[in-house]
Write a protein that binds this ligand. Sequence first.
Ligand code: SF4
Ligand code: SF4
Length: 410
Amino acid sequence: MSAVIDKLSEESGKCIGCGFCESVCPTQPASGYSESRGARGRVLLARELLARTREGRDLSALTDSFYSCLDCYACFEVCPAGVNAGVVSHYAKEILAPSSAPRNARLIESIVMRYGSLVPARRAMSRWAKGLSIPRRGETVLYTGQMYQTMAYSGRLGYMLNRRVAGRDFAAALVAHFPSLSRSASLFRNRRLAAEMDGHLRDIAALLRLAGVEFSYLHEEEMYPGTLLNDFGFSDSFAKYAARLSDSFRKSGARKIITVDPHTYDLLKNTVPSVLPDFDFEVVHYLELIGNIRLKQTGRKIVFHEPCHLSRRFSSFTAPNDLVGRACDVSLPSRNGRRTHCCGGPDELLFPSTASAVSRRRTEQLAETGADIVVTACPVCRVNIRTGGEVTDIASVLRESASAALLPTV
Ligand code: SF4
Ligand code: SF4
């Protein structure tokens, strides 16, 4: 604990209080301009958190301020003092987690530690690969991290977690019926969305094959990466979980891991090695591997929503923009590149009204371009951007373009 207290003290201590970060922090307008839900407020409250921790006082009044941070790092881009309020919030959550984590965060920790999944439905999660003859073992593994598949459950699960049933928290009732949770997971599945998400994964597999990449897949043995354990500040649980995840890759004979979403890519590339020094797998993103495929310009007018975890964490990673530009007529919204705007998704399970307000703001920015279709490269953004029109994943437009390139010209 003392190490994280020192890191929080150092990061928050650099702030000069200028407030530039408030102009870009998506949660501040989404919360009616509450100062404690904005970037500067979080940094200032970190000092209060440190004082209360030193004095052994109750911390729970500070929980919502830090747990509502989207971890989007927009604030860091404009801070003249080099403060990252997202990192401040992360350290704060590590301090808060043992005593004052939100109830739903603790429930999610229990589920992930017990089942190795955010939604205990591993067989359903692996259904997308049926009929594709992907081997179970191999040096290069395609790792979905269950992220696309989980999106088919997150809407209903989030709704139920945030309501009360017969005067009781639904979450409490869920815990009471824990043993049956894996059997009841299908109740939360949105079948239409599940089919779309499975389709995106099949498109990714097809693109990799077109690029000549051979890969295995762990099917129902594949584990969730543990992203929310880390995001919610459960550092001890996350370290134990990361060791289990690493073992699962090692047992499969994998040396190279192909990730498919920005959150898992960031976690395996940057975070897991920092808690598990022997995590020595090569970690890549599938879009890095398919630059050699032939694409045909389809002329579809799209607006590309760049995910925070790619555009800011990996700002030199230009493959998504390069590839989509070869396939479609691309517009970018006013906030793009390193200044991209979060979709709101990271708040969906704990602060759904904030998530919706952030999503609405981003949707307005995307609509201003006048493009027909929104395309993104993240399953979380894919379900949280709701325009009323078509929103799809980059894998699907690339596969369509690659298929068109294979057709003979007449
Ligand atoms: S921009 Fe940086 S220095 Fe200014 S208030 Fe925000 S965190 Fe503090
Ligand atoms: S990481 Fe994002 S949500 Fe969190 S304080 Fe910074 S800008 Fe606001």
